[in-house]
Structure formats: structure tokens, C-alpha cells
Write a protein that binds this ligand. Sequence first.
Ligand code: TRP
Length: 320
Amino acid sequence: MATSKQLQFPAHGATALAARDGLAASPKRLPSWLFYDEAGSALFEQITELPEYYLTRTERCIFEAYAPEILRAAGPSLTLVELGAGTASKTCILIEELLQRQSRALFYPIDVSPTALHEAVNHLGRLFPNLRVNPIVADYTGGVEALTRISGRKLVLYIGSSIGNFEPDDSIRMLRRIRRNLRPGDALLLGTDMVKSQKVMVPAYDDAQGVTCEFNKNVLARLNRELGADFDLDRFRHVALWNKRCSRMEMHLESAVAQAVFLPDIDMDVSFAAGERIHTENSYKYTTEMVDAILRDSGFRLEHTWQDRQKWFGVHLARV
Ligand code: TRP
């Protein structure tokens, strides 16, 4: 390990490039994919079970209440595809209902993580003998291209409010790319977190147990692990705030004191003023008007929206 590091100094892997770029920028930023190494993915799993993190639980409730309606609206003889499927835990509810309506079904979970897909295949195989699961390991771009090779009438699931982590322009680009790879009659099921009181949204990203704080700081821990950096995690604060103008929750890491950090593997010194922040993530919150607009801009037609009673989360069926 040490020798290969010496051979390629300064380090030029993805983490190195992201750190060099983002920590030299003003304001400082780090890309959100840095959250999801093994430690970060485990922390995110914990986040989805926190009492304050209503998103996962609320979307699951909507599926439980409306799966028959959703699948009836989507149409007969469906092949299911899920973008960013992970372990496809919420999808079970829709699959169970699908298999009430048709005797056999095909499911294509698409994800970057082979481990998560492996778990999905095992779990779903045991639960549903009449389901054929064809996992596809791909990132978003590759996954969307794979859609053209899947035959039959498709229902593409893009749930979990993943669209909310894209900038508005990128979200439309992403939906357009999905749209281009679908055929008339195919449908998209999109999950979005909705605008609501800050009193609900802020704690979802700043929980009492501090799991989200640890998740955010894992980005710095990762730079320590992968680039030999000396970030002192106790000298940074997790900040979650509602930006009303941009309709998004923002996550930052704020330097508690004036300090300098050294990243030896990329030979970089970074200084922080007291209170200076690194912007790590945005999570956009939608109104139904905003959902309607991004779908229309990308060539879809919004057919129906299902929501929980408090209207905290939305599941939208859109047609090509
Ligand atoms: N996709 C998740 C969301 O926007 C990611 C997330 C949850 C997150 N909690 C976080 C990102 C805290 C950064 C910090 O809801």
C-alpha cells in the first residue's frame, strides 16, 4: 500500500480530486458521494430508522396504503425497474401487490453497490418464488442507458427522494435521460419529500442521537483515512439548515475555531476561519407544482400523486 502511494504522489484518485477541488473553492464544498463509503452507508441505514427521519417511513406507509391503486394506475403486465435500488426493502410492498395481479414478474434492480444488490436478490428470491430478479450493477448514467435493453411495459421506480439530492437543472437532465430511454405506455414512479414546517425538516437532518452528525463528519474521517489528513472531528460542527429561497435543506460542516488542516497525500494545507463552513449536501423539498413542472419539462405527464395524511411525502405516477 505504502509503495503504491509513493508511486503516485500526489494522490489522484476520485477522493483526492474531490478534496483538492472542493477545499480550494470559495465557499468550500465536498461532493455528497463522499458520504457513502462502507462506514457512511451503514450510518445512513441507521438514519433511515431514526424517529426524526420521517422520509423512509412515510414513503413506506404510502406504499402500504396505496399499492393496489398505484399498480392499477400503472397498467397491466408490468416489468419493474428500480433506479438506485439498494437492498430494495420498500419495493417488496409493490412486488407483493404486483404478484397478486400477474402470476409472474420480472424485476431489474439497478445500483452501484454489488453488495446491496446481492442482498436484494437473496431476500426477494426467498420471499417471491414467482419473481425473476435480474440485478444490474451500474451508476445512474449506465443504469438509465440499460433501460432501453429491457423489453415489455416498464414501471421505473425512482423513489426515496433521491431526485432531491440533484440540483434543479440536473434533476431535469436526469428525468429527460430516463424519458429518452422509455417507450410510450411506460411509466415512472417518483418519490419526493415535500415542503413542510422547518420544525419537522430540520430535526430529520439533525437528530438528537447525533447519528446524522456522525454521518456528515464521516466525510472528514474519510479524508483522514484515505488521504492521511488530520481533521480533528471535534473541532467541526454539523449544521443543518432550511434554505427557504432555494427550497432545500442544506448540510454543512462548520469549523468551530480558526484552524489549519494538512492533507499530506495531496500536499495541501487548508485553513479555516472560525465559523467557516464546508457545504456537503442539499436535499430539495418539493411542492406538487414543482413536481408537475420538472416532470413536464422533461417530457412526462403527471397522472396521479399519492400522499400520507400529513402530506409530508409524495409518490407520483408519470407517463411517457
Ligand atoms: N438522500 C438523503 C436525504 O436527502 C441523504 C441524507 C439524509 C443526508 N440525511 C443526511 C445527507 C444528512 C447529508 C446529511 O434525505
